[in-house]
Design a protein around this ligand. Sequence first.
Ligand SMILES: [Ca+2]
Ligand SMILES: [Ca+2]
Length: 215
Amino acid sequence: MKRTFAALAVCAGALFGTVSAAQAITLSIAGTATNYALPSDFSLSAETGLATGTTVKKLGTGGGLSLDTAGWLQFSYLGSEASNHNEFKFSVGGTTIFDNTSATNAAVVAYQAAGGLLSFLFKDATVGSSVANGGSGSSFLNSIALFRETATSWIILFNDTCDCDKDYDDLAVRVQAFDRDPGIPAAVPVPGALPLLASGLVGVGLLARKRRKAA
Ligand SMILES: [Ca+2]
Ligand SMILES: [Ca+2]
């Protein structure tokens, strides 16, 4: 019996020793961005957790949010305070995934993404102008600001083309990065040592049978 436990311990050690931690994935700012304190007319505090005086990063020329390696992005609609019709699109020129004139914005939307600058843009459909991640100019009109929650979770804020304020609450979106599809539960790892454990158990069983026959 002692030998049986020893064999199982060896197999279990080999089994769990091969389970490695998931690869870390991060979002960070590439290029130009400057600190900007949200003004008193910022009105999405409840939706975003940000408030008047919170320092965000206003993207400058060429600045953008970047994914360090290929992975998955999950976008959540947080809210909008704007008289203009604003949209958030993923894959520049592509699908509108959030629209502040719609009452049916999906709670979350996940996409597979390449590493590098995230391929999103905001469109002010009232005016017909848009700004892409990595394509901000120096103006506050039609510009993007970012707030880092964690290394994998950021809030993306849009200030539209209305030349009336610099409030960055005209459409707010949260983006989170994952190293796998967040819509699919993580698979239980099947380590290379699993067959070893199985064959070890079979071997122990055969040995016990052999002994019973011999007795
Ligand atoms: Ca505004
Ligand atoms: Ca506003």
